[in-house]
Ligand binder design. Structure first.
Ligand code: CA
Length: 345
């Protein structure tokens, strides 16, 4: 792949993997990180490559945000357990992309202060996250046809368990991405407008023509029992859907229903922002049905305790996709996101 070779030549990241070698390799991407006491130090990012017989390529990523844990467990477990003899194609797995953030249990990378999922397509001469983003964009994404970038909602929110996909113009890509999401089989699939999506893993994949879903499988900075179950099953479901391992996707849901429910977050009206700093009192749980004008919660001003709390209303009908959990919020923070049933057009 000449394009990969050229880009890889510019990268400062090195490794001992051979992406074409048959079998399973478990290793590290070494990202140079000079520091006090470690002139030639590297940060070692876990990566596994499984090459079976001829077939497609898939990339599973977790730990893009360090305070989202389900994928770190699910992808590590999958990588350890996969037998290359029963795999068609190439599976590349990074269970903790932003390892420094994962070890710190934080969203932002403690080395350069960046959100990795705003850094694509990256910069080979840039900071830790930018360097790593560039490697993934230029050396890994060109090797695959499908990406599942598995997230949860981090420390600050909790999500109704969902896969997510962007609004894209090409109807054929939308249809295929919906099929991928249906195979993953989270309870919800949310087609969404995001606040700042251009630098994300999913957006980078789309620029490479890679079919991409992301997920929101929990939150509040803990491991969701059901989110982890959905993540593990979803990854195996994707491999089954692509014909890379034996079997058919299991799309049954906990409530006895089948399949994934298609939802949408079309624009900024789905988002409820805090109008000032304060302590947010939420009134709803993820998945609850709500109406425009109904109370989302109250903003409390504990430092001015005689002041009545400020009621905050929803701006649209639907179900709660993202519920807040951090307590203290700042003016402009998202305190709720509402999803609606997906309608064509
Ligand atoms: Ca996330």
């Amino acid at each position: 792949m000449p394009e990969t070779a050229v880009s890889a030549a510019k990268t400062r990241i090195f490794h001992e993997l051979d992406f074409d070698k048959p079998g399973k390799q478990i290793g590290y991407l070494r990202v140079p990180q000079s520091r006090d006491g470690g002139a030639w130090s590297t940060i070692e990012i876990p990566i596994a490559v499984v090459n079976g017989s001829q077939g497609p390529g898939v990339l599973f990523t977790g730990g893009v945000h360090g305070d989202e844990y389900e994928a770190q467990i699910a992808i590590s477990r999958l990588a350890r357990g996969l037998d290359p003899a029963s795999v068609c194609g190439r599976i590349i797995m990074l269970p903790a992309v932003d390892l420094p953030a994962a070890l710190a249990g934080r969203r932002m990378c403690p080395i350069d202060g960046r959100d990795f999922n705003r850094c694509l397509p990256g910069d080979p001469r840039g900071s830790f996250c930018q360097m790593l983003a560039h490697f993934i964009d230029s050396a890994i994404l060109p090797q695959v046809q499908v990406l599942a970038d598995v997230h949860a909602a981090g420390n600050s929110m909790e999500a109704a368990l969902s896969s997510t996909m962007h609004y894209v113009d090409d109807a054929a890509i939308v249809r295929k991405t919906r099929e991928l999401a249906e195979a993953f089989a989270a309870p919800y699939n949310v087609m969404f407008w995001g606040v700042d999506e251009g630098g994300t893993m999913a957006a980078a994949a789309e620029r490479h023509g890679v079919l991409a879903i992301s997920t929101e499988l929990g939150g509040y900075g803990r491991v969701s029992v059901e989110g982890l179950r959905v993540a593990q099953r979803g990854l195996e479901n994707v491999l089954k859907w692509m014909g890379m391992i034996e079997g058919k996707p299991d799309t049954s849901q906990r409530d006895g229903s089948r399949g994934t429910r298609h939802m949408q977050v079309r624009d900024q009206n789905a988002y409820v922002f805090a109008p000032s700093d304060g302590l947010f009192e939420p009134l709803h749980l993820p998945g609850d049905e709500v109406r425009a004008g109904a109370l989302a919660g109250y903003l409390h001003f504990i430092e001015e305790w005689a002041r009545p709390p400020l009621p905050i209303e929803f701006r649209g009908d639907g179900h709660i996709w993202m519920a807040p959990g951090s307590g203290r919020v700042r003016k402009g923070d998202v305190v709720n996101v509402v999803m609606r049933e997906h309608s064509a057009g």
